[in-house]
Design a protein around this ligand. Structure first.
Ligand code: MN
Ligand code: MN
Length: 313
């Protein structure tokens, strides 16, 4: 267990060395670990700006300042957990179905071995093959979906797969439990009055950003936890749920979102749920300012790892 932890600044200064997530060992191991951080450098399914393929690299570069003790959650991650940076899965630029097959095939052995994948995207379309890999071992799971968009559209130019349709496909494929799933943070201009009906008719519960403002974070966390219950749950975090003032580096920004502090508090509030996987997606470094979006994404991954560690105590 002890080899699967970060290099300390006493072994080598932070600025030195090859950049892996949090300075974890870069290995493809499946045994003796609790989590694997995995990059998916895919951006072939976006509807507006592209460049999310560089997200994993940007997140790794800023992650080296993360320290192993999470004081807010009172947990030393590597006192309870072992993990590694699995590197990036292969993608086939321009070919989403091939890429989907590879993502699922590379994640399946991790999930089968009981490892919790923590994935850095990539555009949001990658969550569908992630859920396929999860469901193969765990069956259909609950979903906590943070986003300013519902991503339950049907088609894009007559095609079934893009970064706005994954969760409709996942319900159709019976790899999600919509009755235990929740979508949080939706806002912005839409195409019609009934824009959110597609999600609710699939069985999802939606909490819009304006509802979040009325409820407050504590009540929102209670609502999420009531919805998930004891189900196995996958958490997907589209960085565009955060306000562009805090996360400008993304493809489809929407004003009026969470602050970075609220986003971190919200994730911490999920502690104790039965997590089977996580991702953070849609980081687009070309539009980032001073690396703040990547830094927030790195910290979101860090909070995910802390939630995994808390469940091991
Ligand atoms: Mn999304
Ligand atoms: Mn979005």
């Amino acid at each position: 267990m002890t080899e699967y932890k970060p290099i300390t600044p006493q072994q080598q200064p932070k600025f030195a060395g090859i950049k892996t997530f949090m300075r974890l060992p870069h290995l493809r191991a499946y045994r003796g670990i609790d989590f694997a951080v995995v990059g998916v450098p895919w951006d072939g399914a976006t509807s507006y700006r592209t460049g999310q393929r560089m997200g994993p690299d940007a997140i790794r570069r800023v992650s080296l300042t993360l320290r192993p003790y999470n004081l807010a959650l009172d947990v030393g991650i590597f006192e309870h957990c072992a993990g590694l940076d699995f590197g990036d899965v292969s993608v086939v630029p321009g070919y989403i179905e091939d890429t989907y097959d590879i993502i699922a095939a590379e994640l399946c052995p991790l999930v089968e071995a009981g490892v919790i994948p923590v994935i850095m995207g990539g555009d949001h379309s990658i969550t569908l093959p992630e859920l396929r890999a999860i469901a193969k071992t765990h069956g259909p799971v609950a979903l906590i979906h943070f986003d300013s968009h519902t991503d339950t559209n049907d088609q894009y130019f007559g095609r079934p797969y893009y970064h706005g349709s994954m969760f409709r496909r996942a319900v159709e494929e019976n790899i999600l439990l919509p009755a235990n799933s929740i979508q949080v943070g939706m806002r912005g201009s839409v195409y019609s009055k009934d824009a959110y009906d597609e999600s609710t008719s699939l069985g999802f519960k939606i909490v819009t950003m304006s509802a979040v403002r009325d409820l407050g974070l504590s009540r929102l966390i209670e609502i999420i936890k009531d919805r998930i219950g004891l189900s196995k749950v996958f958490v997907t975090f589209d960085i565009d749920v955060v306000d562009p003032a805090f996360a400008p580096g993304t493809g489809t920004p929407e004003v009026g979102g969470f602050t970075s502090a609220e986003a971190i508090d919200l994730i911490r509030g999920l502690k104790g749920l039965n997590f089977v996987g996580f991702d953070v997606v849609e980081v687009l470094p070309d539009y980032d300012v001073a690396g703040i979006t990547a830094l927030l994404a790195a910290n979101i991954v860090y909070e995910f790892l802390s939630l995994i560690a808390l469940n091991k105590i």
